[in-house]
Design a protein around this ligand. Structure first.
Ligand code: CA
Length: 237
């Protein structure tokens, strides 16, 4: 399930896109113009944005360019909706920072396929694919975490926040994430929660993982944040 922001001023199109995304299991927020879209993004960073080019006031193109210029939104996956399928316009859209575009009028199936492809590429934590790292297996569909031990598979019991945290770390391995980034991406809120909360849940996650000798996979990077690494050595934990 992904958090998707749909920025579109035509209510009929916005509603059609929202219904299809919700039907696919996503959580959808709507914004009618760039200002409202910015407010939504300030509150909760979405996993993906469907952004209409032609909006009243600031255009979707200009908004995409702004997001690409800001550290927090630089990597935000964006699909641009455009009535302009002419090549120079498509190039301008991609130059402004859109990852992909769909020309209006579009088939909802085509849009959904683009959404799936972009999530797979840029926001794998929002998808249901099972992942494995250093023998640890996490399956979002069944919400199960397990590790194959010598002759059996042992399950790890995690609370919902620890599960989401582990899911995010496993889908973005080897990279260091600051506490603020984890609040943004895992909690969906970077403003109202203290960064210390992250430490509390990392500790709980490690405690749970220690039952299958995997606590050391979650590394503290001093002065920076946390990462999950296949190369982490058990000795340094
Ligand atoms: Ca429009």
């Amino acid at each position: 399930m992904a958090r998707i922001l749909v920025v579109e001023d035509e209510p009929a199109i916005a509603e059609l896109v929202a219904i299809n995304l919700r039907h696919a299991g996503h959580e959808v927020t709507l914004a009618g113009d760039a200002r409202q879209a910015q407010l939504e993004v300030d509150a909760v960073l979405p996993d993906l944005v469907v952004l209409d080019w032609m909006l009243p006031g600031q255009s979707g193109l200009s908004l995409a360019r702004e997001w690409r210029g800001a550290a927090r939104t630089r990597a935000l996956p964006i699909i641009m909706l455009t009535a302009r399928a002419d090549e120079p316009d498509v190039v301008a859209g991609l130059d402004a920072g859109a990852d992909d575009y769909v020309a209006k009028p579009f088939s909802t199936n085509a849009l959904m396929a683009r959404v799936r492809a972009l999530l797979r590429r840029k926001a794998p934590q929002a998808l249901d694919a099972a992942i494995e790292l250093a023998g640890l297996r996490l399956d979002p569909a069944t919400r199960r975490v397990s590790r194959r031990m010598e002759d059996r598979v042992q399950e790890v019991r995690l609370g919902p926040t620890e599960f989401r945290l582990l899911h995010f770390l496993m889908t973005h391995p080897e990279r260091v994430h600051t506490r603020a980034q984890l609040l943004d991406r895992v909690w969906g809120d970077h403003v109202f929660i203290e960064e210390r909360t992250v430490d509390v849940h990392v500790k709980r996650l490690r405690d749970a993982l220690s039952a299958v000798q995997c606590a050391h996979l979650v590394e503290t990077v001093r002065g920076a944040g946390y990462r999950i690494s296949e190369q982490a050595s058990a000795a340094s934990a």
